[in-house]
Design a protein around this ligand. Sequence first.
Ligand code: G16
Length: 548
Amino acid sequence: MILSTLAITEVNCAPFQDQRPGTAGLRKKVSVFRQPHYLECFVQAIFDTLKLPQGARLVIGGDGRYHNTEAIQTIIRIAAANGLREVVVGQHGLLSTPAASLVIRKYGAAAGFILTASHNPGGPDGDFGLKFNSPTGGQATEQVTEAVFRASQQLTGYRIADLPPVDLARTGHTRLGELAIQVIDPAADYTALMQQLFDFDAIRDWLKSGHRVRFDAMHAVTGLYARRILVDLLGCPPDSILHGESLPDFGGLHPDPNPIDAAGLVAESMRADSADLLAASDGDGDRNMILGPEFFLSPGDSVAMMLASLQQIPGYRSGVPGVARSMPTSRALDVVAARLGIPCYETPTGWRFFCNLLEAGLIGLCGEESFGTSSAHVREKDGLWAVLFWINLLAARRCSLKDIASQHWRTYGRHHYQRWDYYTADTARANELVAALRSALPGLRGRQYGDVRIESADDFHYRDPVDGSESAHQGIRLVLGNGSRIVYRLSGTGTTGATLRVYLERHVHDEASINSSGSEILAPLGNLAAELARIHEFIGANAPTGMI
Ligand code: G16
């Protein structure tokens, strides 16, 4: 159908008051996003804020969750009504978050819309989400997302073009009047980049010599990427991929790659016939969990060990100028960076805080406790990239994951690490708990608990070294004298209630402590953390609702 001009309708409606983006975009129940005008208003608030040039190019893709394709059609119509003239969209509406970041950069887009609620459950009763990225491929900054929120509160309506649905099933170029649409293969650019970064020949040889990989795509977006890379190019048998079909409700799974939600994979890793590397990714493909036979690699260790091993990976042989981790992430990375004599930046939780550092060339590797790791190859965290890094490293080192970790700990000491989560439906009480803890900070400094002294207690405040922007109240941290640390913050990704996250860490050096279980080493610290924050008193919890 050829349209000569776009017919645009101005729709008047009342603003929504709950469109403040969280840690990574706006996440709500599907039913909230499906309310009349809800998505439209949020998208209009983004365009009002970004003020993109007329004729600009937009990238759109999502993790395939329920409501993905309908929302894409709506966004295309609003984009057209707001002057955009080129849209690049993944086939079937799919783009993993890291692939979207790459495509935004490669196609010189003015912005990207990524439709995902990440690891949150999908389906009609699940969650939906939308985040928008800048031309760098990185997530919008906190300043921009706050400006969008303010715009959303003042909105009086939105503009929408009268367009027929775009055929997302076939790749290629089409035009709808003045709007040019390109439907792309979601995996092509990403696969080509992975071939440049990693030694595919060495991996193929390693696999041919009998080593095995098992990848759980959790019925989310990475199935198609994993098939293309692991099966088609590297020669893994097709049954190496578990839950490979992308489904709108993720097959009822909770697509969160952690030992609780990917318990099946953990069980496989404990079997005598375990694969050499087992891994999982999340809804939108930006998270990763890495396991070996009878071995779980904690995310903080993973990024530290990557830094220590860069020389083994073709794309990283020239090293990195610096590294970064989010504040609650284990300080294992700091220890390796110090040994290498490069800076290690500490940022607030949220991948967007790494983006300025990456863009300015200050860092080349970064990671988070929440199963996120990546490098300067894109501006998002990247699940499959991390999996390929580890496969490449195993192929280069020709030893087990456990052996690599043991050697690392003998060299740098081990950071035992756990996160204890406390969910409550009562958000107000969770906020009161944090406020009370914040006011107690001055009194906590210097206090002695048994043989441990609280050396410092503060509320993390970040000043971006690139643009000087400030972010306050980014988590409460207590640094203790025996190499321990406790961090508290409220999750920014949930859609109901509140989750208090308590991050526990202890750096140990002696052989016996290195080989002890994290639970044993960290239990006293977790109990002290609960006591100091008066968790039972505020939210009635006697024990964490989840431990990772
Ligand atoms: C998002 C951000 C991550 C962040 C995580 C924290 O992850 O992209 O950078 O570490 O949230 O989650 P919470 O606020 O719940 O602790 P994702 O994978 O959900 O986009």
